[in-house]
Write a protein that binds this ligand. Structure first.
Ligand code: UN1
Length: 508
């Protein structure tokens, strides 16, 4: 498929792109932002952006849509999401191709991301017949105490380039069944993916008579657009995925108006390898988690904490495995590592490796690949043997750099795993059931995700996704994450003819 065929099949060739408010598309009054393919630097499109008044128009339209959508029964809202999941199934390949083109993911991972959208839609459809509240025993005779979950209002979604379609879908599928329209600010590096998702959803909205037009809005743009969303009183919830700096700023603005935010920010994920680990399994898991998506997942494995007795053997095997991985154009069969998103990312990687050397690290790999490559930012993944407390190890560099450190006793390994500011994902490889359980216990990993004998990345949608500390504390996707998208009402109903007061108070 050529670039223009991909854009045409996703409905992107027919619309001005910049601001989409339901079926109304415009380029927007903000500056045009060119979007490049990281594969070869080619300009894919020049996409317009929103001014703050246009963000206001979108949130206003979404609020209006909310007033109708909240009255549609939840299973009927689920029907919209079910139809959307069918459209996604039909467009899995072409949407995956756009993800590859715009952010440089290999085909398998790009289509995996679309599969994640389909999975969360299916999950949300099931939820649409649940969204349960509890009935609680009342202390008063002839009274019923119960909880209901009601739609919350339009949800602002801010997403990053590295999961340009799935993260929106996690939010949108849940929000829609919960009764909430969505206003999306995608990454400026991946606006085409956003408009493609919007167009696909819009095709379903347009043919579903219960759905108001402005259930989905997209406002492209930079920081100011994100700040306008954060400040908007029309959005009771802002769900933001990206850097810690971005989340801190969005979180503070939302908190300033006493809104709700759901933050999924940086990770600095570690994997502990113990002497009883199955090393073949560990090796595979480490490689996928550390170099998959070119090290640009928030769940990417960044720190390997290995028992000193097996470190040399493991690192040797890892280096051999890194040497054989095919790096290049992600559209090509057999390639496992595509380009970094842009030159800035490559500069950051070089800078962190320099810091690592200055802090006593020994670097293997990490070179820039130019010979025979398209003109994107292609790099060898790096393995860096370094002290666990070197400052560079404690910050997240969004690139395939794996820091390797050793430990002696188990408690020390867990302490090292927990000593960084971020708290997203973690894993242990062990054959010792006590170690595995201790790792998952209250005094074990302090992360939102703690895995045993699998890597740190590639979570299923059924679990709640997110993490603690600088990762922001939010939970998206599965389990009971839907509760963030609804408001809880506690109802006490008196079906008797007396008025007993709680706590035994007499007031006569
Ligand atoms: C992200 O990088 O922001 O667990 C999300 C994973 C994916 C989601 C990553 N399911 O790696």
């Amino acid at each position: 498929m050529t670039h223009s065929q991909i854009l045409r099949r996703l409905g992107l060739a027919d619309q001005p792109l910049g601001v989409a408010i339901g079926s109304r598309y415009s380029v927007g009054d903000g500056p045009a932002i060119p979007t490049y393919s990281p594969i070869d630097g080619a300009v894919l499109a020049s996409v317009g952006s929103a001014r703050s008044t246009e963000v206001d128009s979108a949130t206003y339209a979404a609020r209006d849509a909310f007033h109708r959508w909240r009255m549609v029964p939840a299973p009927a809202r689920g029907e919209l999401v079910r139809r959307f999941s069918l459209v996604l199934r039909d467009h899995k390949e072409v949407l995956g191709a756009l993800v590859t083109l715009e952010v440089g993911k290999i085909r398998a991972e790009a289509e995996g991301e679309v599969q994640e959208m389909i999975d969360v839609c299916d999950f949300a459809v099931g939820l649409s017949r649940q969204l349960y509240g509890k009935t609680i025993q009342s202390e008063r005779p002839d009274h019923r105490l119960m909880e209901q979950w009601h739609p919350l209002g339009p949800v602002g979604v801010i997403s990053a380039f590295n999961f340009p379609v799935a993260v929106w879908a996690w939010n949108a599928a849940l929000a829609l069944v919960c009764g909430d329209p969505v206003v999306w600010k995608p990454s400026e590096k991946a606006p085409l993916c956003a408009f493609a998702c919007h167009c696909l959803l819009q095709s379903v909205v347009a043919s579903y008579d219960l759905a108001p037009d402005a259930l989905s809005c997209v406002v492209n743009g930079g920081r100011e657009v994100g700040q306008s969303l954060a400040a908007s009183h029309d959005l009771p919830l802002v769900s933001a995925t990206g850097s810690v700096a971005m989340g801190r700023s969005v979180g503070q603005v939302v908190a300033g108006r006493l809104g709700r935010s759901l933050l999924e920010l940086g990770g600095n994920n570690a994997l502990i390898v113990t002497p009883t680990a199955d090393l073949d399994l560990a090796l595979k898991a480490i490689t996928f988690a550390a170099v998959g998506t070119t090290g640009q997942r928030c769940t990417t494995l960044r720190r390997l904490i290995v028992h000193y007795s097996i470190k040399d053997a493991l690192v040797d095997r890892l280096k051999r495995s890194y040497d054989t991985i095919k790096i290049g154009d992600p559209q090509e069969e057999g390639v496992l590592i595509g380009p970094l998103i842009d030159e800035d990312a490559a500069v950051m990687m070089v800078h962190s490796l320099k810091e690592a050397r200055a802090q006593g690290g020994t670097v293997y790999g990490g070179e820039r690949l130019v010979e025979g490559m398209p003109s994107g930012a292609y790099v060898h993944p790096a393995i860096v043997e370094i002290r666990h407390d070197a400052p560079v190890v404690h910050k997240e560099t969004f690139a395939p750099i794996l820091y390797v450190m050793t430990y002696d006793d188990f408690e020390e390994a867990v302490a090292v795993q927990n000593e960084v500011p971020q708290g997203l994902s973690s894993a242990i490889f062990t054959g010792d059931v006590c170690e595995a359980e201790r790792f998952c216990s209250a005094s074990g990993s302090d992360c939102g995700i703690a895995n045993v004998n699998i890597g740190t990345s590639g979570a299923e949608i059924g679990g709640a996704f997110g993490g603690e500390k600088d990762t922001g504390g939010g939970r998206e996707s599965g389990s009971d994450s839907w509760k963030s998208y609804m408001r809880r009402a506690t109802n006490t109903i008196n079906y008797g003819h007396a008025l007993p007061l709680a706590q035994g108070i007499q007031f006569e």
